[in-house]
Design a protein around this ligand. Sequence first.
Ligand SMILES: *Cc1c(COP(=O)(O)O)cnc(C)c1O
Length: 413
Amino acid sequence: MVTDRNDALKLDAQDSLAALRDAFVLRDGLNYLDGNSLGPMQQCVTERVQRCLEKEWGQDLIASWNSAGWYRLPQTVGAKIAALIGAGKDDVAVTDSTSVNLFKVLAAALSMRPDRGVIVSERSNFPTDLYIAEGLAEFAGRGHELRLIDSTDELNGAIDEDVAAVMLTQVNYRTGELHDMADVTSKVHDAGAVMIWDLAHSAGALPVDLAAANADFAIGCGYKYLNGGPGAPAFVYVAPRLQDKVAQPLSGWFGHTSPFAMEPSFKAAPTIHRFLTGTPPILSMVALDAALDIWSGVSMEAVREKSVRLCELFIALVEERCAGYSLSLASPRDAAKRGSQICFAHENAFPIMQALIARGVIGDFRAPDILRFGFAPLYVRFVDVYDAVDHLLDVLKTEEWRQDRFMVKGAVT
Ligand SMILES: *Cc1c(COP(=O)(O)O)cnc(C)c1O
């Protein structure tokens, strides 16, 4: 049990992942609990981007498409992510944004079930996922219905013979609730529908096994737990059994079987390549590429174990030390049903989070009343958990959050 700061320091001293933190650029005094929104930078990323700027682009120019491996980056970077999500190395491509990749795989899924008109998702899914589905349903002009459920318990009732595709985010962006990927996928398949998983808050946060779950499609972000940098390219997974069978609507030249044949009509590559669209953003690709090297040799089981311990400690300390301040746990209490983030609800969540941020404890606020803290095991320490709760208690006790300066909302919360 952790009763004081020294106990937390002892846990860090015994932590087998502790040394990985040194790879990250994290200034002194910063308690960064927002890596689930934007992962921090590693020193190797600066060096890699600099080399790309000065040598590959600056000196070698167009030759670098071949000589520096630019052309193959969607696959080489994809293979590094594949190792983290239980996918074959040729089954993941890095391209576009999560939103755009969702558009592609959802369109592909709908085309696989032309006689079915319903897309199922959760009302609490990340908004862009729902907006993309809404846009596609309207634009396709086939009158697709978006059927939203309020919990996984409703899934059985929501899936019938009209459902073409089910798209869920494995770890809920707000509460951190974790779906059982294998169980849900098998129910969806039993109903004859196609399963799409959004791994935005899973990749790099916990072990994922897409192949074992027999998932059809998956997508996810490069800039959260994968630390690829702001707006890093996203990834897309397509089950090998589907890669040469499904079509996607953004059929750009990078998805062509032979882009440099410059043929006038599209012929889809027989591989994951057909989910590429156009020229990749190379500076961003090399940043993500370098950021991913830290994972080689890291066991996702060890990551998960530390993640659970960090989260359990945070919950225990908040509930014990901040009792009486009207905070209520908004994440599942059972660690097996959670990702790597913890949320507490409080009616003054917004100014409380602003006061914490001013003290260097960086979490975020999610409307309407959620304080969200992400615990990325590669660099978050047990002592960070301890200190964060110390600050939270102080902010609540002194009512520091009532200051006017903490009431002002920026464009991004
Ligand atoms: C972060 C996140 C996204 C972000 O999509 P972008 O296209 O990168 O803006 C999408 N879906 C989920 C579930 C997310 O958590």
